[in-house]
Design a protein around this ligand. Structure first.
Ligand SMILES: [Zn+2]
Length: 168
């Protein structure tokens, strides 16, 4: 199809489109060629708006929520199960060390002998290790390390399976 002599100039047509009324626009309503031209212009304008619009599409929130719902290990549940373990292990360890005077005094004596009596260096080391093993401090230390490893493993797994922003 080629523009007929009755068809208005495109520039006039688009000016009247902006204005919302005019003889060229009235003609376009009945002319297939001009209607097609206007429709093409509308689509182009829509694409330009979409490019210039920084706002995400209205379906984004729904898509994100659906994605979160299908995640096998929700971030919050993993986090909330890890935090009490860390707090409990720290509290138990600190509580036992503070309330166990025997362990602290033996450890202090062993350390003091290291600095005051050079000849008792090896003895001091041995008794210090003994004090730790004989009291609860040793098992507690092992327990603390185990709990820490469990917590760190959980956090590492969390990072590994967490949603990757670059894949969105
Ligand atoms: Zn026309």
């Amino acid at each position: 199809m080629t523009p007929t002599p009755q068809c208005p100039d495109l520039e006039v047509l688009f000016i009247e489109l902006e204005a919302g009324e005019g003889p060229a626009l009235d003609h376009a309503a009945d002319c297939a060629l001009c209607s097609a031209m206007l429709e093409e212009h509308r689509q182009l304008e829509k694409d330009l708006y979409r490019l210039a619009d920084p706002l995400p599409p209205p379906t984004l929130v729904a898509n994100v929520m659906a994605r979160v719902a299908t995640e096998p290990t929700p971030l919050r549940r993993e986090l909330w199960s890890g935090v009490p373990i860390l707090i409990a292990s720290l509290a138990v360890g600190l509580g036992l060390l503070i309330t166990n005077d025997r362990a602290l005094s033996r450890l202090g004596a062993a350390l003091a002998s290291l600095f005051t009596d050079g000849k008792a260096l090896l003895q001091g080391l041995a008794s210090g290790a003994n004090a730790l093993w004989l009291t609860a401090a040793g098992p507690v230390a092992v327990l603390l390390v185990l709990l820490l490893i469990v917590s760190l493993t959980g956090l590492k797994r969390l990072v590994g399976t967490g949603p990757n922003p670059s894949e969105a």
